[in-house]
Design a protein around this ligand. Structure first.
Ligand SMILES: *[C@@H]1O[C@H](CO)[C@@H](O)[C@H](O)[C@H]1NC(C)=O
Length: 198
């Protein structure tokens, strides 16, 4: 009986492993951040779930996490009664706006934090953005359209995973890294208060 049970679990794990490797322990989602390439493989996007809406926690219940195989494991608190980060199609204006902000900061060569809440009159989302560099400037050659595409991917990932707050880290070759935090509940959880791995 035990053998049959563990065999089923292994089969199940194979079916659900691709979106994210994670587990849910009743109060936290424990997960490995996903790293994807963007802009034709010229850069990478890493998505972090900072907090997850409790209605979505079941998504993580049957996933498989083998801590022995993982280097980076993060936890995400599960919260009830919250909104979820807008999918790309639902938040077109905000994501266009944020992509523009990211490109403008790059053009101006500024690393410092900028943040705010964006509303289209109906929906609201908070963002906080800064850049870091291992070199001497905070510029990226990534086109605004490529940044926007990566940002949409990030938003969709956070939305599907039921994130209320989350982060995306963008790299595009060179020394630049873009750090974006998003909050679906900017009044309760301002994006600038979210802590994500740097
Ligand atoms: C769930 O995981 C979090 C983060 O690792 C931990 O703080 C918490 O104590 C865990 N809860 C249970 C019930 O194991």
């Amino acid at each position: 009986m035990v053998k049959v049970g563990s065999f089923s679990a292994a089969v199940l794990a194979l079916g659900v492993i691709s979106p994210s490797i994670a587990s849910y322990n009743g109060s936290h989602v424990i997960y490995v951040p996903t790293v994807e390439t963007w802009d034709n493989g010229m850069g990478s996007l890493t998505t972090y779930f900072h907090s997850v809406n409790s209605d979505y926690a079941h998504l993580y219940e049957h996933n498989y996490l083998d801590k022995r195989d993982t280097v980076e494991v993060y936890t995400s608190v599960v919260v009830a009664g919250t909104s979820v980060i807008l999918a790309a199609y639902a938040g077109l204006e905000i994501y266009e706006y944020v992509a523009e902000v990211i490109k403008q900061r790059s053009n101006a060569d500024v690393c410092s934090l900028t943040y705010g809440d964006y509303t289209d009159g109906e929906r609201i989302e908070g963002y906080a953005y800064r850049a870091t560099t291992t070199g001497t400037n905070c510029q990226t050659t990534a086109l605004e359209s490529a940044i926007y595409a990566a940002l949409r991917r990030c938003a969709n990932k956070l939305h599907k995973g039921g994130a209320t707050t989350g982060c995306c880290k963008f790299r595009h070759g060179g020394s630049w890294t873009g750090h974006l935090r998003l909050s679906a509940e900017p009044k309760k959880h301002p994006a600038s208060d979210i802590t994500c791995p740097s």
